[in-house]
Design a protein around this ligand. Structure first.
Ligand code: C5P
Length: 458
């Protein structure tokens, strides 16, 4: 069966359902997927309820309702079909919309997943969007949310823009008028809300000596270009509001600086996705910052607030989401400081740190990713933390960068294999992955991951 047939089959299954339960994941892709499915199912006149889980594992299976609704698993499920089977779920009550590698079991569950069809850069929100559009063409207004999910799950990162079926979603959003594409935009995070020098300093892909991780350096670089980057009243202007000539002056100077350092320049630019119907200079204005809002809600146990924002609530939900975002940012800053002050232990192929129970397991990975740019960025970083609700378990988060992935590093493969050897479980992506392991295995586990990374580079 091709991908389109899977999509059609899923739409038919949904049309036949009397009630639907959506079970989804708490990250940006999971929340946007849930919002898309919930909206499309409700528009089809079918009662629908949603349930969010951090991971689908034996302990969280209780979130799956025991009723005769159609259970739609989004952004999870493909890799945990054995759990669905153990729970006794039959094929006619399950639909999986996922983009993770499937681990089939004895029971054949209905699934829509781009991965077996070679669509490896289509996140769950993308899959959910195609099903929603198959249910009703009117659902093209959800393209914007699907783009947020795809960008949030880093589907655009390596290719400097969404490609394949995800690019079709972009075209739908543009035709609908709710998405604006900037083809060769600055490849930086924060272009709608951050002062330009802060935005430039965030970027480590490409790394620019004197600018990356150096706001002062970035400010000096911009001062030399003689641009007036303050708005009347004195606030810093953001990248999005600069004129094209000003943007060109900055990107040309960045290109020259990279060339002078003998570096490639193609990664200075990337396609970006703006939402003209959102207020300027707010985090909902572009896909990557919108995704951060969703992550902030999900990782701090408020995925429903993020989902309401996806569904258009610009009142209470947005105010709460903004509060979550500010809180998220300040705790991550604190975590980053803790990592830098405590320092990491370096092995031959990774660097690691244990943060104990100081920070929730849902955010340590984000802190790890941010710390990597300030540490030895050539070595993947592994951070462990304890789980207050289960002292026998340790959560592991790993992060690396495109530079390492291009050289063969695959964190999801390493964590999946190593955690399996100790009776744990893990997964994710080559650039960002996580796992749970028994606490007593921590030390040997780290050394095992180090060996696996060494083998990947061999
Ligand atoms: O939790 P963390 O942010 O480190 O997760 C990084 C990636 O690894 C996410 O895509 C997450 O879904 C995945 N992961 C996983 N299995 C785990 C933990 C994380 O697949 N046990």
């Amino acid at each position: 069966m091709g991908f389109s047939e899977e999509v059609q089959g899923a739409a038919e299954t949904i049309r036949r359902a009397e009630t639907v339960s959506v079970i989804s994941h708490i990250d940006a892709d999971g929340i946007s997927s849930e919002a898309i499915v919930r909206t499309a199912v409700a528009r089809a006149g079918i009662p629908v309820s949603s349930h969010f889980v951090r991971q689908l594992e034996p302990l969280t299976m209780k979130a799956v309702p025991e009723d005769d609704s159609l259970k739609i698993f989004v952004d999870l499920g493909a890799g945990q079909q054995n759990l669905l089977e153990e729970r006794g779920l039959t094929p006619d009550e399950v639909l999986i919309l996922d983009h993770h590698v499937a681990q089939p079991c004895g029971t054949e569950y209905q699934q829509v997943n781009g991965v077996p069809h070679g669509h490896t850069r289509l996140s769950a929100a993308g899959v959910a969007y195609f099903v929603a559009k198959e249910l009703d063409e009117e659902n093209v207004d959800l393209a914007k949310i699907a783009i947020v999910g795809n960008v949030g799950d880093m589907m655009a990162r390596e290719t400097l823009g969404l490609v394949g079926p995800a690019a079709e979603i972009v075209a739908d959003g543009v035709a609908h008028g709710s998405v604006r594409v900037v083809r060769r935009d600055l490849n930086c995070y924060g272009t709608s809300t951050r002062p330009v020098h802060v935005c430039l300093s965030y970027n480590d892909d490409p790394r620019i000596p004197g600018i990356t991780n150096d706001t002062r350096g970035a400010q000096r670089f911009l001062e030399r270009l003689d641009l007036d980057l303050r708005a009347p009243g004195g606030r810093w202007r953001v990248w999005e509001e600069l004129h094209d000539t000003e943007k060109r002056t900055i990107t040309s100077a960045l290109v020259q600086q990279l060339l002078a350092n003998g570096e490639g320049v193609e990664r200075v630019f990337a396609e970006s996705y703006l939402f003209p119907d959102e207020v300027e200079r707010t985090p909902l204005r572009n896909a990557s910052e919108f995704a951060t809002v969703l992550n902030a809600c999900g990782r701090w146990a408020k995925p429903r607030i993020g989902s309401s924002v996806c569904c258009g609530d610009r009142g209470t939900a947005l105010r709460e989401a903004e509060y979550m975002l500010n809180n998220h940012r300040s705790i991550i800053r604190e975590l980053l400081q803790f990592i830098m002050e405590t320092g990491v232990t370096e092995l031959s192929h990774l660097q690691y740190l244990h943060v104990g129970d100081r920070y929730p397991d849902t955010i340590v990975g984000i802190g790890a990713g941010m710390a990597l740019g300030k540490l030895n960025w050539r070595k993947p970083i592994l951070i462990m933390c304890t789980l207050p609700e289960d002292p026998g378990l340790t959560k592991v988060s790993m992060r690396t960068n495109e530079w390492s992935v291009r050289r063969g590093i695959d964190l999801q493969a390493a964590l999946n294999a190593a955690s399996g050897e100790f009776g744990g479980g893990g997964g994710g992506h080559p650039i960002a992955a996580g796992a749970f392991i028994p606490r007593e295995a921590e030390e040997v586990f780290v050394s095992r991951v180090n060996d696996l990374l060494r083998d990947q580079l061999a």
